[in-house]
Write a protein that binds this ligand. Structure first.
Ligand code: HDE
Length: 739
């Protein structure tokens, strides 16, 4: 605390009588480093410098035998990190204080620009393991040897929100994978949705400007529910297939672990002879697909804005390593020519029924980052990073991305040497003549930094290798220079309709609800109406539902660039509900517990959870935990108002008679059960819990997914039932829009 000056600044009449101010104060018990109180042996302030320092294996200077001495960036030991150097105890700070200047200077420069899109992300390390050789169609080294593991880093992200926004925005999720192959890094920079809003990269800045906060008011944050976005969308019919996906529950995933990933574009694979096969890449989660419901997402954002990153961190640290299969859809020119749509159009997918997915490997995430900034923030994905054996198609979106990613990394990371940062550096040998620039960590050695040269093999440096090196597919390209969109890109609605009819009834309802919600935030009625005019071309019932939800007259269908639309059949892989998990594994049970609750039932519940390889957290009236009827004490993870039921996949309410009486008066406890009920979760109800449900007003509505937890044997029956994750028929009873 600052001392009130007793004399004009700059004079220090009483200095002789005063001791220098020690912010640690006398009551810290000597645990703060100071000249007079040496560091305790277990003081956790030592600094690890990672790989970039201490290269010669030298040890840091050590105080008292085992704790590193705090130093400046120059390695100068620091004697006092609590007080800047000043002239007299109350005098001015001296410019001479190099430690102070260095520390503040560095702090002032800690921030780098956040990503222009996908700013909020979370990364983890793991590996890719080949399970089926692709040597028949690709010479890529990573696809040759079954069983071989290649290190990988993955960054998941939301698109529109700022770095500090919340995890459960209704948004596309980035699914960017860097695989450190022996022939260079392969960046598969994908999303959790297999199509995109636009067909030409030239429109990307417009799309992103429209969804980001409006430039005058800088809101809304991390949301597409506003005029600018829907204005742009309603004038961009090619976006409507993607809109069906982003209005579906795909845009509010339960976890990064429960979403698919897609390379989106058509790529090429090249074999040793330069033959090409088209390919689309898919990541299929072993955890099954799962999403939350919108009302839940809104509440999760308040209760835990870090819901997704915490989930990934906890799962990996808990040894539950998330895993995805890598699948490929392979096809040739002949298929491309006869397919109803253009395989170069990123607003279209290829249904799995037409080109089945061949699983060729698995991606496992088994290590969290050591340092968020160094790894997750500094990782620089570039779509152009492909090793020999993988190549690009002419998809205009992909071609545009190949420019954008390299360009943006220089802006973000400040130097063309961002490849020298450990997370971006290949793990295979590199040899080239590129040099210098800001922060160059590696430069050519010796006299020769050009080629061709005549210095011979020993001194002349690396040489190109036409056999091993990267080659592009020798595709013939011809035609006039022009700004046109191919007619083969013109059908904007058929696959949107296919997506919609492939959903279960509850998923279709959620799409309608999402559209009504989003458009209800749009202020201009003409924009709302224009959106519905496109829905008319997709599904008449959906259009009517949305129009009704907005109290809008049904508009005429928008003029379609191509008619008639193709009548495509439903495709099961497009639904989340049809591809859900088969167990409660990796899911989280929230147990609302009070003092005096039945110990045997509690233990049975834990055993059932453990048997399913799921996890649980205890929510209690006090964070200190509870004492069960048999005297066992149980720690709590959350106090009730800090652990709402939206954080869990299913809930159990196990209370004593007194506990129920207490909780029946508590708003947070009542929210706990009403939300679990409204979000269609499975609920286990202990013998004494009824008063809480009565006071919450839902006792008479309880259904077959609200199971009794009156005896120990009920526990396993409950967890087995909860494998279904949600009891969707309930939603039709609790949602006004559905009645
Ligand atoms: Fe990106 N995108 N994008 N994008 N994108 C970026 O690169 C861009 C697109 C995707 O975790 C930026 O490093 C253009 C499709 C992911 O670091 C930027 C176009 C897909 C990430 C950029 C697209 C993606 C990005 C911003 C239209 C799915 C996060 C920061 C042609 C296949 C990567 C950065 C990470 C990030 C440009 C469209 C996925 C500006 C021009 C389609 C997962 O370069």
């Amino acid at each position: 605390m600052a001392k009130k000056p007793t004399s004009p600044q700059g004079t220090d009449k009483s200095a002789a009588n005063r001791k220098p101010f020690d912010p640690a104060g006398p009551d810290i018990g000597g645990e703060t480093p100071s000249k007079t109180s040496p560091l305790p042996k277990d003081a956790a302030i030592s600094v690890s410098y990672g790989e970039t320092q201490g290269e010669g294996g030298e040890t840091h200077q050590v105080a008292n035998g085992d704790v590193a001495v705090l130093t400046t960036q120059q390695g100068v030991p620091v004697a006092d990190d609590q007080n800047s150097l000043r002239q007299g105890a109350r005098g001015p700070t001296l410019l001479e204080d190099a430690h102070f200047r260095e520390k503040i200077f560095h702090f002032d420069h800690e921030r780098i620009p956040e990503r222009v899109v996908h700013a909020r992300g979370y990364g983890a390390h793991g590996f890719f393991e080949l399970t089926d050789s692709l040597a028949d169609v690709s010479r890529a080294d990573v696809f040759q040897r079954v069983g071989e593991r290649t290190p990988a880093f993955v960054r998941f992200s939301t698109v529109a929100g700022a770095k500090g926004s919340f995890d459960l925005a209704r948004d596309v999720r980035g699914f960017a994978v860097k695989i450190y192959t022996k022939e260079g890094n392969w960046d598969l920079v994908g999303n959790n949705i297999p199509v995109f809003f636009i067909q030409d990269a030239l429109k990307f800045p417009d799309l992103v400007h429209s969804v980001k906060p409006a430039p005058d008011r800088e809101f809304p944050q991390a949301a597409s529910a506003h005029d600018n976005f829907w204005d742009f969308i309603s004038l961009t019919p090619e976006s409507f297939h993607m809109i069906m996906w982003t209005m579906s529950d795909r845009a509010i995933p339960r976890s990064f672990r429960t979403m698919e990933g897609f390379g989106v574009h058509t790529f090429r694979l090249l074999d040793d002879d330069g033959n090409s096969t088209f390919v689309k890449f898919h990541w299929k989660p072993k955890q099954g697909l799962q999403s939350v419901v919108w009302n839940e997402a809104v509440k999760i954002n308040g209760a835990d804005p870090d819901f997704h990153r915490r989930d990934l961190w906890d799962a990996i640290n808990g040894g539950d390593f998330p895993e995805w299969e890598l699948g490929v859809q392979l096809f040739d020119d002949e298929f491309a020519d006869r397919f109803d749509f253009d395989v170069l159009d990123a607003t279209k997918l290829i249904p799995e029924e037409l080109v089945p997915i061949r699983v060729i490997g698995r991606l496992v995430l088994d290590r969290v980052v050591d340092n968020f900034f160094a790894e997750t923030e500094q990782v620089a994905f570039c779509t152009q990073n492909v090793p020999p054996g993988i190549d690009f198609s002419n998809d205009p979106l992909l071609q545009g991305r190949n420019f954008s990613y390299l360009d943006t990394q220089i802006k973000r990371l400040g130097s063309p040497n961002f490849t020298h940062i450990p997370i971006n550096a290949p793990k295979c040998p590199m040899a080239h003549f590129q040099q210098d620039g800001h922060m160059a960590m590696r430069n050519p050695q010796g006299r020769v930094n050009y080629e061709p040269n005549s210095w011979g093999a020993a001194q002349g440096g690396p040489r190109e290798d036409p056999n091993r090196g990267f080659t592009s597919f020798a595709e013939r390209a011809d035609g006039p220079k022009q700004r046109v969109r191919s007619d083969s890109f013109a059908d904007h609605y058929s696959q949107a309709r296919q997506f919609f009819i492939s959903q279960t009834a509850i998923e279709q309802k959620h799409i309608g609800d999402a559209l009504v919600f989003e458009l209800s935030k749009v202020e201009r009625p003409d924009i709302r109406s224009r959106v519905v005019s496109h829905l008319m071309n997709i599904d008449g019932t959906l259009a009517a539902t949305v129009a009704d939800g907005l109290a809008l007259d049904l508009p005429a269908p928008a003029a379609a660039a191509r008619k008639p639309l193709a009548n495509l059949p439903a495709s099961d892989p497009l639904s989340i509900v049809k591809n859900g998990p088969e167990s409660f594994k990796g899911r989280k049970l929230g147990i609302l517990l009070t003092d005096g609750a039945d110990a045997a039932i509690f233990k049975a519940l834990l055993a059932a959870v453990e048997g399913e390889e799921a996890i649980y957290e205890v929510v209690a009236p006090k964070i200190g935990g509870v004492t069960l009827a048999d005297g066992t004490t149980v720690g709590a993870k959350h106090k009730i108002d800090g652990g709402p039921s939206v954080l869990f996949d299913a809930v159990a309410v196990l209370v004593s008679v007194e506990g129920a009486e207490l909780l029946a008066k508590d708003a947070a406890a009542k929210d706990f059960v009403t939300d679990a009920f409204a979000h269609c979760k499975f609920i286990a109800i202990g013998a004494h819990a009824k008063p809480i449900f009565e006071k919450a007003g839902i006792a008479d509505d309880l259904d077959e997914a609200c199971l009794p937890l009156a005896k120990a044997a009920d526990a396993s029956a409950f967890i087995i039932a909860a494998r279904a994750l949600r009891h969707w028929p309930r939603e039709l009873k609790v949602d006004l829009d559905a009645q």
